[in-house]
Design a protein around this ligand. Structure first.
Ligand SMILES: *Cc1c(COP(=O)(O)O)cnc(C)c1O
Length: 470
């Protein structure tokens, strides 16, 4: 592509992006199509000859866009949000134009130093103490893997990477029953093994793991010659927002000398509001925390921050330093590739810098407070309808409910069919989960452009479709 064409198509893409965002409210949130429908419209073999850009772009509009689920739709209430505030999209365009590999300080000094700065901005924004350093990872899954590998190496006196695990005692890691599947996978990949992920029964409104149960499990494992390594606490679980008592977990960990990692991938964004920080009280005592500005905060995917109290232990676990990566004694230089599993790194700090400056913390706090308030309001409204039941009260902006009209035999089937009918309708998008063995419907308000009227629409759609279904 020549320079003039690059300019033309970049402008075209920018125009398209703005039109797309403006028109989202009129689109169904989830596309109405059958599996294979898009695949069948794409040529089965690659082109031998160059094709004109006009045609490529026209195909994008005709074949791809109608098959997209619109995550930036204001009535996206499913999963958790993956907000990409327009200003972060602009930053991503610039990043992608420069397309730098930011693995070492010298491969992009500004990317490294801006990352150091904006991660520290976020530390201050979340009210974390100065003792935490941090790094931007691609995903919470990677951050949790890095934390689990660090737990493992610390417990094995840094011998695991070298000697493997075959001669090592069995390592044990503890968590509640409500952690995200990324924890399971970190345990598998790190060679610790699913049998050694000990799930402590949870209790109470926030389904926190029992500290007594945790303590007892650690003591029993020690007595049996196993090697307790660390605990993963959850703040704002994916299903219904399950939240552990971090202070209590830290207390148990201290007694036994264990590492604590906190998964606050979604809920971490809310901690820019001081009034929500009670949800992770005690967090200043943990070893690492992951939170995703690419979820609720508005930094275009991917952008996951891992805060670490002792980065040296992480670097000791992950740094390799072959000759060609050495920066030869330039002291005070951070090479962030030594803080993460992948070597190559995108320039992820720029969008966060743009976002924080363009909205200010106050602007972002306002958005989060609105979402929490609207969600609480919707839970109250639905709870007042006789045929609806709130199955978990709001944790921040997430709650679950189910439709339970008299005379329906299988409420699980009924509610699963209801979610499907709502999503086929397209005005809003929701997802289901299982809670205490029952199928329930999740609702979270969190989309960057959502308004209170969009949440009102959610109420109307849910009630209308539920009652039409009987
Ligand atoms: C979304 C989520 C994750 C996974 O995040 P990725 O960045 O997609 O890996 C992990 N834990 C919780 C609680 C989440 O909500």
């Amino acid at each position: 592509m020549h320079s003039e064409a690059f300019r033309h198509w970049s402008q075209k893409a920018a125009e398209w992006g703005a039109d797309y965002r403006d028109g989202l409210r009129d689109l169904p949130v989830r596309p109405r199509l059958e599996p294979g429908q898009v695949l069948n419209t794409i040529a089965a073999s690659p082109p031998e000859a160059a094709e004109p850009m006009d045609e490529i772009f026209a195909d994008f509009e005709a074949k791809i866009v109608p098959g997209m689920t619109h995550w930036q739709h204001p009535r996206f209430f499913a999963y958790f949000p993956a907000n990409a505030a327009p200003v972060s999209v602009v930053a991503e365009y610039l990043v992608s134009a420069m397309a730098a590999q930011c693995m070492l300080w010298q491969t992009s000094p500004a990317a490294t130093e801006l990352e150091t700065r904006v991660v520290d901005w976020m530390r201050q924004a979340l009210g974390l103490p100065k003792s935490f350093a941090g790094v931007i990872q691609d995903s919470a899954s990677s951050a949790t893997l890095a934390a689990v590998l660090t737990m493992r190496e610390r417990a094995l006196d840094w011998q695991g990477n070298k000697s493997g695990l075959s001669a090592a005692p069995r390592i044990r890691v503890y968590c509640s029953e409500h952690v995200h599947t990324s924890i399971d996978r970190a345990i598998w990949i790190s060679g610790i093994g699913d049998d050694n992920l000990v799930r402590i029964p949870s209790e109470g409104r926030f389904r926190a793991l029992s500290p007594e149960g945790l303590d007892a499990a650690i003591v029993e494992d020690r007595n049996n010659g196993l090697l307790p390594a660390g605990i993963i606490a959850c703040v704002g679980g994916t299903s219904v927002g399950g939240t552990d008592d971090v202070a209590a977990v830290v207390g148990v960990a201290r007694r036994h000398g264990l590492y604590v990692h906190v998964d606050a991938a979604w809920a971490g964004s809310a901690m820019i509001c001081p009034e929500f920080r009670h949800f992770w009280a005690g967090v200043e005592g943990v070893d690492s925390i992951v939170f995703n500005p690419h979820k609720w905060l508005g930094a275009q995917f991917d952008c996951s921050i891992q805060f670490i109290r002792d980065p040296e232990s992480l670097v000791r676990t992950l740094a390799i330093r072959p000759e060609f990566l050495k920066t030869h004694g330039r002291d005070g230089i951070t090479n962030y590739s030594e803080w993460s599993v992948p070597l190559g790194r995108r320039f992820r700090a720029l969008k966060l810098w743009f976002l924080l400056r363009a909205h200010g913390l106050d602007g972002l706090r306002g958005m989060i407070r609105n979402h929490v308030r609207w969600s609480e309001g919707l839970a109250q409204r639905l709870g007042r309808e006789v045929d609806f039941e709130i199955t978990s009260e709001p944790m921040l902006s997430l709650f679950s409910f189910r439709h339970a009209p008299p005379g329906v035999d299988d409420l699980d089937d009924h509610n699963l069919a209801l979610v499907e009918a709502i999503n086929r309708d397209g005005r809003i998008y929701l997802t289901q989960t299982r809670l205490d063995g029952r199928a329930v419907i999740r609702f979270q308000a969190g989309q960057f452009e959502a308004t209170e009227a969009d949440v009102d629409t959610a109420f109307e759609v849910i009630v209308e479709i539920a009652r039409a279904a009987g």
